[in-house]
Design a protein around this ligand. Structure first.
Ligand code: EPU
Length: 407
């Protein structure tokens, strides 16, 4: 693959910022919002609660939450993605009560919401889980200091949302430091809350009941960027990924460099080239700024044809290995043991029918399919569509032969 490619806005930032926009009985305008299925789902949830939302230009979303009055989020929409839990923090802050379906188990791990619940309780909410719903009630939330049990992106964001209308300082300790947390904090500040420390492990939110709508541009998607950087190296290509924030992909760039790819900063982005054979690497996933769990499957796909033995230790999600059986169908030699996958590089992968069991597993199969001899058919595309906008057009523009057959 060769050429240049522009990264879309970050899916996971968009989900949080869209929920944040609904905190104000006002209108917000968000730019650089990706047209992917999870974004559509959170918009449908907010519409069901009374908000209005529409794309008025590519990437430009106008959201008006003046008429958001319902506190019961619909099961059919919420069960489709875990980020629907952000609606609970938003509704608690906005209406003082929330009834949101438990997101339930997910294919990459059990992913409970106990930290979210404990955090809401620390802010003074009464929370019960009943009949599959999280029901929270809080006529008066109170600013407090809360130590998060573990670095959790979702918990930190949800607690920032819940605290954003509380006067006084809510202090979140052991907070997640991911760029999506920072993006949400910046947007909340533009709405009128005072948020300090985002990007460190202590965040202070001084809320205000007078939040207002704001205009904001979502950051580029570091995971989408990373997926294409890996695809470029995997195909021994020469690709310039434009508009990404290079600091957001430092851990990946370091590993690609260690594997023997040439990674060069350019004025408009990052260029990756891989001419000769690559070397095996060992990786541990970790919270930001460590190597992201959301790029683990894609890296595994690349390593499956790198001569030698590579390992990836997964420290965030216990069932992130759903892609392994599918890669094996293509001839990869991967062995999982506990939280570790060991990959012994084979000389080539063979195209095969495979299944995208989750978003990033799907992306890994795309990377594998680009490297494989012959044709790879990926089913359950809806999972890839949850997180990637225009994947086939973007890859096609770089010279890959990718076609959406149905769905
Ligand atoms: N956890 C709990 N209890 C909780 C919350 C989290 O035990 O109440 C555990 C999780 O099971 C996991 C760990 O804490 O083992 C960290 O999970 P975290 O809360 O950070 O993950 P998340 O907020 O559910 C977000 C992204 C994921 C990404 C992770 C880690 C969104 C919408 N999702 O999930 O993105 O993998 O952070 O960076 O922002 C994806 O985009 O494909 C995706 C899965």
């Amino acid at each position: 693959m060769s050429g240049r490619l522009r990264v879309a806005g970050a899916k996971n930032s968009s989900l949080a910022v869209i929920a944040a926009a609904a905190l104000a009985a006002d209108r917000s305008v968000l730019e650089n919002v990706p047209l992917c299925r999870d974004v559509m789902t959170i918009l449908d949830i907010l519409r069901a609660l009374g908000a209005q939302a529409e794309f008025t230009a590519p990437g430009r979303l106008e959201l008006d939450a003046r008429d958001l009055t319902d506190h019961v989020a619909p099961y059919e929409l919420c069960r489709q993605m875990r980020a629907s839990i952000y609606v609970a923090g938003m509704l608690l802050a906005r209406l003082g009560r929330a009834q949101v379906p438990l997101p339930g188990g997910c294919v990459i791990g059990s992913r409970p919401v106990d930290f979210h619940i404990r955090g809401f309780e620390a802010l003074g909410a009464q929370v019960v889980t009943q009949h599959g719903f999280l029901k929270a009630h809080a006529p008066h939330l109170t600013a407090t200091s809360y130590y998060e049990p573990r670095s959790s992106v979702g918990t930190t964001i949800n607690l920032m949302l819940a605290a954003s209308r509380i006067p006084g300082a809510t202090v979140l300790q052991n907070a997640a430091r991911e760029p999506e947390v920072v993006d949400t904090a910046v947007f909340l500040s533009m709405m009128g809350a005072r948020v300090r420390g985002a990007g460190t492990s202590t965040i202070t939110v001084e809320g205000t009941p007078d939040l207002r709508g704001a205009a904001y541009t979502i950051i580029p998607d570091r995971i989408e960027a990373g997926t294409y950087l890996i695809a470029a190296a995997a195909t021994h290509g020469d690709v310039l990924i434009e508009d990404l924030i290079p600091e957001h992909v430092t851990a990946l760039l370091a590993k690609l460099g260690e594997a023997g790819a040439v990674v060069e900063p350019e004025p408009t982005g990052v260029r990756v080239r891989a001419e000769g054979g690559l070397r095996p690497v060992d990786v541990d996933t970790a919270p930001y700024p460590g190597f992201p769990t959301d790029l683990h499957p894609q890296l595994a796909a690349l390593l499956s044809v790198v001569s030698g033995r590579s390992t990836i230790r997964e420290t965030i999600f216990e069932r992130r290995f759903g892609y392994v059986d599918e890669l094996r169908r293509m001839g990869a030699e991967c062995r999982t043991e506990g939280d570790m996958v060991t990959i012994t590089g084979v000389s080539y992968l063979s195209g095969a029918p495979v299944e995208a069991v989750d978003i990033r597993a799907g992306a890994a199969l795309v990377v594998a399919g680009l490297q494989a001899r012959g044709e790879t058919q990926i089913s359950r595309l809806e999972n890839i569509d949850r997180g990637y906008e225009g994947l086939e057009e973007k890859l096609g523009a770089l010279g890959a032969r990718v076609q959406r057959v149905s769905g």
